[in-house]
Design a protein around this ligand. Structure first.
Ligand code: GDP
Length: 366
């Protein structure tokens, strides 16, 4: 097994006491002087509150770590940062691969930074990155302008764990970013499956990027994405594609009328734009700022955040119960046999599950 000090995760947890790295001419001479030390909870919290992005990045590494010791520190850091969080506007950006998310986020990010100043963090929820080994979302190389902007912080999706785990880490990262003074948070997600629901449940505005003429229009309606969207943006409205985009926009707008008025009282808008050429970006952000003003005035902004906090409480309970169960050694040793019995038709799934749960709860009592 790799020594923990050699792992990249461990490296994320140490600093150089603020001293510049020694040259590599003769590292041995420098060893004592430049000895690295572990950061304390105070170091993390103070660094984050100072807006230090290096320490913020290291704290996020801690949040993403599965090591229980790291997790314990991470939870303390999060708890201490919590009073300083919540002051940002959180925007979810969803779209199928190829919809133009990274191109758009690069442009959106520059637009909002120029328009309102402040600082922008780009985070992601991409549970598929576990399978593909390496996150595809939030990758710095895909956002050329933002990646070199002094007021942006880009963090790829945590690359391990279930959707619930990945989403929790992203949510905790939002808290740290806000405490570090990031007043705009983008959460990027792939337009497939449950990750959209998870993203929707942690943002103030959920923007769905769609393409014209791919049949996605109807698919979107089926998947219930229309109910989640606060705005739909049809991308690649340039060149020969302009008419098709406007047609798609009309179809989406008509479809939206089939749904009941959202609880926010805001009827989602459909806009066309080109992330690549920068057309229509201002209009998208006019819409988002109008929405934020609207829901802040009618109280829905706070209501949605409170509901989200409740949702995440239940999600955390579910996650911890599930982890406790599956990480239990006795249960882990009984599972393969139970699986075999179910596959062989000797036991129903329900009975097998019941027996395992009874065993687990009996173990907890002892
Ligand atoms: P993602 O997978 O959703 O992040 O999509 P990307 O941003 O990587 O874009 C996918 C492809 O679409 C790339 O080849 C982009 O150059 C192209 N693309 C993105 N935005 C636009 C646009 O507004 N117009 C056109 N014509 N192409 C675009």
């Amino acid at each position: 097994m790799e020594h923990p000090e050699n792992s990249s995760e461990y490296k994320g947890l140490v600093v150089n006491d603020g001293v510049e790295q020694p040259s590599i001419v003769n590292p041995y001479l420098q060893r004592g002087r430049f000895a690295r030390r572990r950061l304390t909870v105070d170091d993390y919290v103070n660094g984050i509150l100072d807006g230090n992005v290096t320490i913020l990045g290291q704290a996020v590494t801690l949040v993403e770590s599965t090591n229980p010791e790291h997790q314990a520190i991470a939870q303390q850091v999060i708890e201490r940062c919590l009073p300083y969080s919540g002051k940002s506007v959180r925007i979810g950006i969803s779209g199928v691969p190829g919809a133009g998310k990274s191109t758009s986020i690069d442009e959106f990010g520059i637009h909002v930074l120029e328009r309102t100043g402040g600082r922008l963090a780009v985070l992601a929820i991409d549970p598929s990155s576990e399978k593909t080994k390496g996150s595809i979302l939030g990758d710095k190389t895909r956002m050329e302008k933002l990646s070199v902007h002094p007021d942006s912080f880009i963090r790829p999706s945590p690359s391990a764990g279930s959707l619930g785990g990945v989403a929790r880490k992203t949510r905790e990262t939002i808290i740290l970013c806000e405490a570090a003074g990031f007043d705009k948070i983008f959460v990027e997600t792939v337009g497939v499956g449950q990750s959209e629901t998870a993203c929707h449940s942690m943002v103030d505005f959920f923007l769905v990027i769609q393409l014209a003429g791919t049949g996605d229009e109807l698919q979107g309606i089926k998947r219930g994405i229309m109910e989640m969207a606060d705005g739909i943006a049809i991308n690649k409205c340039d060149g020969d594609n302009v008419d098709a985009c406007h047609l798609a926009a009309r179809q989406f707008q008509n479809a939206l009328h089939l749904f009941p008025m959202p609880e926010s009282g805001w009827l989602p808008k459909v806009l066309c734009y080109s992330g690549f050429y920068g057309y229509g970006i201002k209009e998208i952000w006019d819409m988002i700022y109008d929405y934020v003003d609207f829901v802040k005035a009618n109280g829905y902004f706070e209501h949605r955040r409170a509901e989200q906090a409740k949702y995440w409480m239940y999600e955390s309970i579910n996650e911890q119960l599930r982890n406790g169960f599956f990480q239990n050694e006795t249960i882990a040793s009984l599972l393969p046999r139970a699986e075999e019995s179910v596959l062989a038709g000797q036991k129903t799934s329900f009975v097998a599950a019941r027996q395992l749960l009874d065993t687990y709860f009996a173990l907890l009592k002892n």
